[in-house]
Ligand binder design. Structure first.
Ligand SMILES: [Cu+2]
Length: 175
């Protein structure tokens, strides 16, 4: 009877050992699974997915990608100011027209329009740039400044009454 009791105890210890090791393995597998789940989640949000997936398990490798993106974000900021040139145009406005009828600038230029009315009540508007000068009476001058930050051809016109329909229009060409 004593030997049977000892065998039962030994079996119990062995069973306990197997259970313990089984418990020990289970969380390890779960961690690996969660790592694998995290990897594809990161991958689609990054363009450099190939590089990340190679080093997916390494958290340190992911870090350089973040400053890399920051550098890209900073590029437009230092690049834009050197391109900017101040350009001033003096426009005469009258019933019904502008002189000159065409203005050419380069993208990034800071453009100032000095508008004088030689005849009547006029203003200067470019809807696409949200530019709206004050309106001025005969003999008066106003000015408006904006940054021509997009290329294309834009219409400027007088917003007073039906002056636009009567021909108070011109072209801003941003190259
Ligand atoms: Cu007008």
């Amino acid at each position: 009877m004593k030997s049977t009791f000892v065998i039962v105890i030994i079996l119990a210890i062995l069973a306990g050992g197997i259970f313990w090791s089984a418990l020990k393995y289970t969380p390890t597998k779960t961690n690996e699974d969660s790592k694998n789940i995290q990897t594809p989640t990161d991958t689609p949000s990054n363009n450099i997915s190939a590089d990340i997936s190679k080093t997916a398990s390494n958290t340190i490798e992911t870090v350089p990608v973040v400053p890399g993106n920051d550098i890209k974000m900073e590029y437009p900021v230092p690049d834009s100011p050197p391109e900017t040139t101040l350009k001033t145009f003096t426009l005469k406005s009258f019933s019904y027209g502008f002189e000159p009828k065409e203005i050419r600038v380069h993208r990034g230029d800071t453009v100032t329009i000095v508008l004088t009315s030689t005849d009547g009540f006029h203003g200067f508007t470019i809807d696409d740039y949200d530019v709206h000068s004050d309106t001025v009476r005969t003999g008066n001058t106003t000015q408006v400044t904006f940054v021509a930050n997009k290329t294309g051809t834009y219409t400027y016109y007088c917003p007073v009454g039906s002056h636009k329909e009567n021909g108070m229009v011109g072209k801003l060409i941003v190259e």
